[in-house]
Design a protein around this ligand. Structure first.
Ligand code: GLU
Length: 478
């Protein structure tokens, strides 16, 4: 039975990279019929953010990622929140001190700072110089007696090649002399990520560690820890997922746009689309298919097929996928998503009206927000008019024509797109001009913009009285 885990540090928002890690762990667990564990890694008290765990749980639920064990589900190996497990980490740190695989380091912050500066000045990579590694017991006892603060460091075995097999990258090796004597316990008595992570993966019987590439260089430390504890036989398999990149191949970062799942959600991306898109960042089961349901992703997910190379986060593709998913939804499903936004923006419109807008916009919308923001003219008269379209289409001649067609609209008995089209075409023919000469200025006057769905349908939905009011206003002020 496989056991995979998603082990986020709750920072207040969920990075799309974290979403991918969560997804791959989930897909792996479901594909292999294993157990999916959620573990909250919150031992860094300085990074505590109120409400971060709730937000994380909500985001997972929104994405359709489920867990079999975790803070809300419970389970045999709980608690699943690291801040509730600190006694355990202390016990295991003591075990390493006792068996010599760890040692106390009393170096002060100033000393370490000086050390780093000296290394920098000498052009060397910053690394703890292991100054407390071989101190005599007397020196250590003296410091302990003084009550001097200390950290517990891992005694990395020197002169060894640490090798492990990564399920994505194959064999990976590190020279142990380049590995820091990692701090395992901080002076405040809290463990670092490395100790807590290894202890928990062991105690929670995790079989597969699937995580981002940024943790690859930590893995030799973890391998050394498994050995130091004598847990080598049950060490989990590792799989490090490729980095997510901007289109310019730099590391995907907040500076170049949105990276928080919550931001995509609030911009009107559907969870199915984001999940589909993010799942394919580093893995694609087929050269031809792009749209996958969660079931299909589960059925086809193989760690061995995950790519090594960085995966570009292409916004255009996400937009395309989102429109595909929007098109596949029924108008009723869309209504449930659009209606809260209409309310939020303070527009008043009933379900029948919103459904008409949805039907008209479904083929064109890239996001759920497009139904209310891009198409805001369905809910409110234009507050401004697009300059480009105005220069091009709102000629003195056009203005006269709109003035002339107004009374014909007022006389119209029925107000549907066919009748409206009839009025426009009859007028155009009478004047010997093309209907286009009217369509563009009409659109601008009613919607304020130069593009959108078919004009006659648009006028039908907005309604006779409102259309007339908007045209009168445009003739007056434009
Ligand atoms: N807490 C780490 C994170 O925030 C977990 C890394 C791991 O999966 O080992 O990503």
């Amino acid at each position: 039975m496989t056991r995979s885990r998603f082990a986020p540090s709750p920072t207040g928002f969920v990075h799309v990279g974290s979403l991918r890690t969560a997804l791959y762990n989930f897909l792996f667990a479901r594909h292999t019929g294993g157990v999916h564990v959620l573990r909250i890694e919150d031992t860094d008290q300085s990074r505590f953010v109120e409400g971060a765990v709730d937000n994380l749980l909500r985001t997972m639920e929104w994405a359709g990622i489920t867990f079999d064990e975790g803070p809300t589900q419970g389970g045999e190996y709980g608690p699943y929140v690291q801040s509730e497990r600190t006694d355990l980490y202390r016990k295991y740190a003591q075990e390493l001190l006792d068996n010599g695989h760890a040692y106390r380091c009393f170096a002060t912050a100033e000393e370490l700072d000086e050390m780093r500066k000296a290394q920098q000045a000498a052009g060397k990579p910053p690394m703890y110089d292991r100054r407390w590694r071989n101190k005599s017991q007397d020196e250590i006892d003296a410091k302990l007696k003084e009550g001097a603060p200390y950290v517990v460091r891992l005694r990395v075995p020197l002169g060894e090649t640490i090798t492990f097999n990564d399920l994505v990258r194959g064999e990976v090796s590190f020279e142990s002399s380049t590995v820091d004597d990692q701090v395992l316990m901080k002076s405040d008595g809290f463990p670092t990520y490395h100790l807590a992570n290894v202890v928990d993966d062991h105690l929670m019987k995790i079989t597969h560690v699937i995580r981002g590439e940024e943790w690859l260089s930590s893995t030799p430390k973890h391998v050394i820890l498994y050995r130091a504890f004598g847990w080598e036989d049950t060490m989990p398999a590792f799989a490090h997922l490729p980095l997510l990149l901007n289109p310019d191949k730099s590391k995907l970062s907040k500076r170049q746009g949105d990276v928080a799942v919550e931001d995509f959600k609030s911009q009107g991306y559907l969870s199915e689309a984001l999940v589909n898109f993010v799942s394919l960042l580093g893995f694609n089961p087929s050269a031809t298919q792009e749209i996958y349901t969660m079931e299909e992703l589960i059925a086809s997910f193989e760690i061995a097929h995950v790519n090594k190379g960085g995966a570009v986060f292409g916004r255009e593709k996400l937009d395309w996928m989102n429109s595909e998913y929007i098109r596949k939804k029924s108008p009723e499903e869309l209504l449930a998503l659009v209606k809260p936004l209409v309310k939020e923006r303070g527009y008043s419109a009933d379900d029948v009206y919103i459904m008409k807008v949805i039907r008209l916009m479904q083929e064109r919308a890239r996001t759920i927000n497009d139904f209310v923001d891009f198409a805001n003219y369905f809910y409110t008269a234009p507050a401004a008019y697009d300059e480009k379209s105005r220069t091009k289409n709102w000629t003195p001649e056009a203005k006269v024509r709109i003035g002339e067609i107004l009374p014909k609209f007022k006389e119209a008995g029925t107000w549907d797109h066919a009748a409206i089209e009839g009025v426009v075409r009859t007028y155009a023919e009478g004047k010997g001009i093309s209907a286009g000469k009217l369509i563009h200025p009409l659109r601008l006057a009613v919607s304020g913009v130069g593009m959108g769905p078919g004009l006659f349908e648009l006028l039908e939905v907005i309604g006779k009285n409102e259309v007339i009011a908007r045209l009168e206003r445009a003739v007056e002020i434009l």
